[in-house]
Design a protein around this ligand. Structure first.
Ligand SMILES: C[S@@+](CC[C@H](N)C(=O)[O-])C[C@H]1O[C@@H](n2cnc3c(N)ncnc32)[C@H](O)[C@@H]1O
Length: 354
């Protein structure tokens, strides 16, 4: 089967799921079923990218067909009561920024310590596997924008950095970070946590940092270009920056995520969180599933346009990172044709200079 045919089949299944459930209508599919359906879609694509072998497209198609049949049977066999369809109306932050803060506090809290350290180790692997000389981190003063639970801040210190200032506007996240770093007194004294919106950083942070990190951050902001300018401004001349953003490339990856977001629109975050936790899903998966499905802002940049923006802002030596870890889309797409079809270059990373 050609790549185009496979892509078309996947797209058709997504359309069928949308049509059968009429998922835009709030009450046709009850909440529990929406969570299950969204998680099945997530799993169908996610489960291939952690294996050291090409994605199995037939298996992925099978999972998606199974999801469609699940929905079909569910709607055929059940007459849901009004309360089943709408139960559990609970107040959750509606406003974008507050919702973002709430989401990440909840999601980061799910990672086990082992997953946390494993995630931190990706920072080094992504740079080294892209043939980057990381000696610039030696004794560097670093800034980690949207630090979350500071896993990359910890990684920078382990690679020789002198200090890291971690900025995040979510108090929930920073409380989680404090808890996480309790057992790291040596590193804790070198990490300064700043509870601030990135757009409100003080001017005295400009031209200050040897290294600025914006990992999975810029695409969650209302004005990404302004945020990139802040990355640039806060760097010292000659300093480095690491930026990772989502990229649009017409792969089923984003189509699946759009479907998950649509399915879960009427479902409160707490409900989904509680449901997937009940399935004993690993913390990392809960994090990714909630992150993709609920983040209020999720830009996806066109690679060429994004690189032009970086250039226009003034970044120099713009290096696209081709290496990575086993689940990185760019690396997988280079290794396996099947993965190119499923994941494409949906996540792009750069090392930049000022
Ligand atoms: C996907 S997480 C990435 C966390 C971290 N960089 C990592 O990779 O482990 C995005 C983080 O950005 C934070 N964030 C989003 N918008 C922000 C803003 N306007 N100012 C500061 N932090 C923000 C969120 O609270 C969240 O912790």
């Amino acid at each position: 089967m050609s790549t185009m045919t496979q892509n078309k089949i996947i797209e058709n299944i997504f359309k069928e799921i949308e049509a059968i459930g009429d998922i835009s209508q709030k009450n046709v599919v009850p909440r529990g079923a929406r969570v299950l359906l969204a998680y099945k879609v997530f799993r169908a694509l996610d489960r291939h990218r952690f294996r050291l072998e090409p994605a199995d497209i037939e298996e992925c198609l099978g999972d998606l067909v199974d999801t469609r049949e699940f929905l079909e049977n569910l709607l055929k066999e059940n007459n849901f009561t009004e309360s089943e369809k709408t139960q559990g109306v609970v107040k959750e932050p509606i406003e974008e920024a507050e919702r973002m803060q709430y989401l990440y506090g909840l999601a980061w809290g799910e990672q086990s310590d082992q997953e946390y350290y494993h995630g931190a180790s990706h920072f080094k692997d992504r740079l080294l596997n892209s043939n980057i000389d990381i000696s610039f981190l030696e004794s560097a003063n670093c800034l980690d924008l949207g630090t979350g639970h500071a896993r990359y801040a910890l990684a920078m210190l382990h690679l020789g950095a002198k200090s890291v200032t971690g900025v995040d506007f979510s108090k929930y996240c920073l409380d989680e970070t404090e808890r996480r770093l309790k057992s790291h007194s040596k590193e804790r004294s070198k990490i300064k946590l700043v509870h601030k919106d990135v757009y409100d950083l003080p001017k005295d942070m400009n031209n200050t940092f040897d290294f600025v990190c914006a990992n999975s951050f810029i695409h969650h902001l209302s004005d990404p270009e302004r945020a990139l300018e802040i990355v640039y401004k806060t760097m010292k001349r000659g300093g480095h920056a690491f930026v990772f953003v989502f990229a649009e490339d017409n792969t089923p990856t984003w189509r699946a995520i759009d479907l998950m977001r649509e399915l879960l629109k009427p479902v409160p975050i707490w409900h989904t969180h509680k449901t997937v936790k009940g399935f004993e899903v690993p913390g990392n998966k809960i994090f990714n599933f909630l992150d993709y499905s609920y983040t209020p802002i999720q830009h996806r940049f066109k690679r060429k346009k994004f690189e032009k923006t970086l250039k226009d802002i003034g970044f120099k030596d713009i290096k696209f990172l081709e290496g990575g870890v086993i689940h990185d889309s760019v690396l997988r797409s280079r290794m396996f044709e099947a993965d190119k079809l499923l994941y494409g270059n949906s996540e792009i990373r750069y090392l930049l200079k000022k």
